[in-house]
Design a protein. Structure first.
Lengths: 340, 290
C-alpha cells in the first residue's frame, strides 16, 4: 500500500499551521495502522526551521517546494506542484486542513486527479467495505465521517476505487501530538521548474491583511458560549463578563455568528473550531449536531436555556432553566462570593 | 459582443430551519417537511453579477442550475431580480452525483455558453457545506478561481479585481478573465424582486412545466420567446455517462446514521439563588473553576 500525504500550510509567521500539525498527528496514527509511511508536503518561501517544526510529529518524508513566489498561497502554482507530486507518488490518502487555503486547493486537486474528496470530516477511521452490487471486498479504506444535511445525520463516506482518498478536516478536530523531539526523516526537494509554468502565476495579489489569531478559544480551559437564544449583542456582554471572572473565553454558535451577534473568530462547531475545555457553559444554545460536534468532548457542560427540551440539555451535566440575563449575573455574583 | 456572466445556483432544502418533523421515525430525512429555497450564498453571487451589470452596460447574466424540474423556480427568481436568461440542467442520469460528477455536468453547460467572461457561484450550498463544486468546475474549465469573494473592486475587459474574505483577514487580488468566482456570505445581500421584471417573466416556464400547464401558452410564447427557460439533458450536453451520477461519483455513502444524543444524567436546576450558589460552590470545590 502507498503512503499518507498531508499538505502543510505555511502561516504569515513562517510556522506550519496548527491544523496541519494536527493532521500530521492523525496521519501518523493512520500510517501506523496501515503500516505505511507519513509524508508531509510543504510549499512556500524559504523557511529555515521547517524540519524542526515537522519531524517531531513522526513524519518520514518532507516534500519541500521553495520559491519566493509560492508565498502567499495562490491556487494554480500550489495545485500544479501537488498534482505533479501525487501523479508520481500515487498516495493512498491525502489530508488537507479545512481552511481558506485547504478548501480552495483540495477540490481543485480532486478534480484534476478525478478522485473523491470529503469536506470537514469530524472523524477519520480505517475499515473494510463489501460492495453488494459488485460482490467486491475492499480492505483498509479510509472512513471519512462527517455530519451532513444540516447536521441531522452523520454520514460515513468512502472512496473505494479512486486514489488518493482525500479529506479536509477543521482546525482543532484532531489532537496535536509530538512523537519524539529527536525524530528525523528525509527531505526531498521539489524542483518547481518544469512543473509550475509562468502562466500559473496569473493571479496578482494586490493587498493582503492577515491577522494573527487574536482569540484563542481552542486553548481555553473555560468557555462561555452563546447561541442565537442570547438574543442581542448587549446580552453577549453578560457572557463576556462571566468569561472574564472565570478567566475563560467567549465562544458562539454559527447561528449567533450568522445573526451578527458576535464575530466569526469565536465560532465553535463543525464549521468553526473544535474545543475540549474543562467547563463549557452553553447559553441560549439549542444544540444542533454541528455545534455539538465542536464541543461534546468538554469535561463539564452547563446549559442555560429557557427551553427545557433543548437538545443540548441531553448532553449537559447541569441544565438551568431560565433567561441569560437573570442567571448569568447570579453566577458571577456567587462565583465572586465563594472563590478565595 | 456582450460581457457574459454565468451564475451557477442551486435549489436546496432549507436545512437552517429544521423543525422537529424534519426527520422521520426511521431516521431518514423527511424532504417534504423542508422548504426548497435559493441557496443563500448563490443569491450573494447573483447580486455580485447584478452589480457588475450596474457598472457596465454590456453585461448579460445567464443563470445555470442543475436539479429536478422544480428547480426552475430559482431561475424565475433570478429573472425577477435582473438575470437575462436561464438554463436548467435536468436528467435522471444526474441522480446521485457527488461534487465531482456535478462539476463535470456544470462545466459542460458553461462550455456551451462560451465565450463567457466570468462564472460566479456561492461559496457553498447549505445542504452539504462542501464548497467543492466551485473550484472543481474552475479546474474542469481550466480557468483561474477566486474563492470567498466579498466585493468587486474593478472589472475591465481583461481582468477583475476582487476583495476576498479569509479566515483571519482580507486579500485583494487581480485575476485575468475568464475566471471563476465563489462568493462569501459576507458579500452584499441580493436585491429584491423588481416589479417590472416580475410582470415580464411571471409566465416563464421550462418545456416540462409547459406540458403540465392546463392553459395553452403557444401563442404567448410565439410572441415572447424570451419566456422559454431552456432545459439541457445529458444528450444536450454531450456528456459521457461514465462521468455522471453514481458511476461518475468516486465518493460513496457507506452509512447514514441518525444523530442520537447520548444522554447524560443531567441535573436540572431552576433559576433561584440557592441552586445557582450551590452549583458555583461545587464547581469551585471540584477545581473546575477558580
Amino acid at each position: 500500500m502507498n503512503n499518507i500525504f498531508v499538505y502543510c500550510e505555511v502561516t504569515e509567521e513562517g510556522t506550519i499551521a496548527d491544523v496541519s500539525l494536527e493532521l500530521l498527528s492523525k496521519g501518523r496514527k493512520l500510517a501506523n495502522e496501515l503500516n505505511v509511511k507519513l509524508e508531509a508536503v510543504v510549499i512556500g518561501n524559504e523557511i529555515p526551521t521547517i524540519e524542526e517544526q515537522i519531524f517531531p510529529y513522526g513524519v518520514d518524508v518532507i516534500h519541500l517546494a521553495q520559491d519566493n513566489r509560492l508565498f502567499p498561497y495562490s491556487t494554480l502554482p500550489h495545485a500544479a506542484i501537488i498534482n505533479h507530486l501525487f501523479r508520481v507518488e500515487n498516495p493512498e490518502i491525502a489530508l488537507f486542513g479545512a481552511t481558506s487555503v485547504g478548501r480552495d486547493l483540495a477540490p481543485r486537486i480532486a478534480s484534476a486527479m478525478r478522485c473523491g474528496l470529503t469536506a470537514d470530516c469530524t472523524s477519520l477511521e480505517i475499515g473494510d467495505h463489501f460492495e453488494n452490487k459488485t460482490q467486491k471486498q475492499y480492505k483498509d479504506l479510509l472512513y471519512q465521517i462527517r455530519p451532513a444535511f444540516g447536521g441531522n445525520i452523520i454520514a460515513t463516506i468512502i472512496n473505494p476505487e479512486t486514489r488518493p482518498q482525500m479529506a479536509t478536516v477543521r482546525e482543532g478536530v484532531m489532537k496535536k501530538e509530538i512523537i519524539s523531539l529527536t525524530h528525523k526523516g528525509i527531505v526531498k526537494h521539489i524542483d518547481i521548474h518544469g512543473i509550475v509554468k509562468d502562466t500559473d502565476f496569473v493571479l496578482e495579489i494586490i493587498e493582503r491583511h492577515v491577522e494573527k489569531q487574536k482569540v484563542n478559544i481552542k486553548g481555553a480551559q473555560i468557555i462561555v458560549a452563546g447561541g442565537y437564544g442570547v438574543g442581542t449583542k448587549e446580552n453577549f456582554n453578560y457572557l463576556f463578563e462571566l468569561a472574564e471572572v472565570l478567566q475563560g473565553e467567549v465562544g458562539a454558535t454559527r447561528a449567533a455568528v450568522d445573526g451578527g451577534l458576535i464575530e466569526h473568530e469565536r465560532q465553535i462547531g463543525q464549521t468553526g473550531v473544535t474545543v475540549r475545555p474543562k467547563l463549557y457553559i452553553a447559553c441560549g444554545i439549542s444544540g444542533a449536531v454541528q455545534h455539538r460536534a465542536g464541543m461534546d468532548q468538554s469535561a463539564t457542560i452547563i446549559s442555560i436555556n429557557t427551553d427545557p427540551n433543548a437538545p443540548i440539555n441531553k448532553i449537559a451535566d447541569y441544565t438551568i432553566i431560565g433567561r441569560i440575563e437573570d442567571i448569568v449575573p447570579k453566577m458571577i455574583k456567587y462565583y465572586k462570593a465563594n472563590s478565595k | 459582443m456582450s460581457f457574459r456572466i454565468v451564475v451557477m445556483a442551486k435549489q436546496v432544502p432549507d436545512t437552517r430551519n429544521v423543525g422537529k418533523d424534519a426527520m422521520k421515525a426511521d431516521g431518514t430525512v423527511n424532504r417534504a417537511a423542508l422548504p426548497a429555497i435559493f441557496n443563500p450564498e448563490d443569491l450573494n453571487a447573483l447580486e455580485m453579477a447584478l452589480r457588475i451589470k450596474d457598472m457596465r452596460k454590456d453585461v448579460e447574466i445567464v443563470i445555470v442550475t442543475m436539479g429536478p424540474p422544480r428547480a426552475a423556480e430559482i431561475i424565475r427568481e433570478s429573472l425577477y431580480r435582473g438575470a437575462d436568461r436561464g438554463f436548467l440542467i435536468t436528467d435522471r442520469k444526474f441522480a446521485g452525483s457527488d461534487t465531482l460528477a456535478t462539476s463535470y455536468a456544470i462545466s459542460l453547460a458553461v462550455q456551451k455558453l462560451a465565450p463567457y467572461q466570468l462564472v460566479i457561484s456561492g461559496r457553498q450550498a447549505i445542504d452539504g457545506d462542501t464548497a467543492q463544486v466551485g473550484p472543481q468546475t474552475a479546474e474542469k474549465l481550466d480557468i483561474p478561481q477566486v474563492t470567498y469573494a466579498e466585493e468587486v473592486m474593478d472589472v475591465t475587459d481583461s481582468y477583475i479585481t476582487i476583495k476576498r474574505r479569509l479566515e483571519r483577514g482580507i486579500e485583494v487580488v487581480k485575476s485575468p478573465l475568464p475566471s471563476l468566482i465563489t462568493v462569501h456570505s459576507s458579500a452584499p445581500d441580493c436585491r429584491p424582486r423588481n416589479t417590472k421584471l416580475l410582470m415580464r417573466f411571471k409566465h416563464s416556464r421550462t418545456i416540462t412545466e409547459l406540458q403540465e400547464e392546463t392553459k395553452d401558452y403557444t401563442e404567448l410564447y410565439n410572441h415572447r420567446p424570451y419566456l422559454q427557460i431552456d432545459e439541457w439533458t445529458v444528450a444536450d450536453l454531450n456528456a459521457n455517462d461514465e462521468y455522471l451520477g453514481l458511476s461518475g461519483s468516486p465518493t460513496k455513502v457507506k452509512k447514514i446514521e441518525n444523530v442520537v444524543l447520548q444522554q447524560k444524567e443531567s441535573k436540572v436546576l431552576s433559576n433561584n439563588d440557592q441552586e445557582i450558589e450551590a452549583l458555583m460552590k461545587s464547581l469551585i470545590d471540584s477545581h473546575v473553576i477558580g
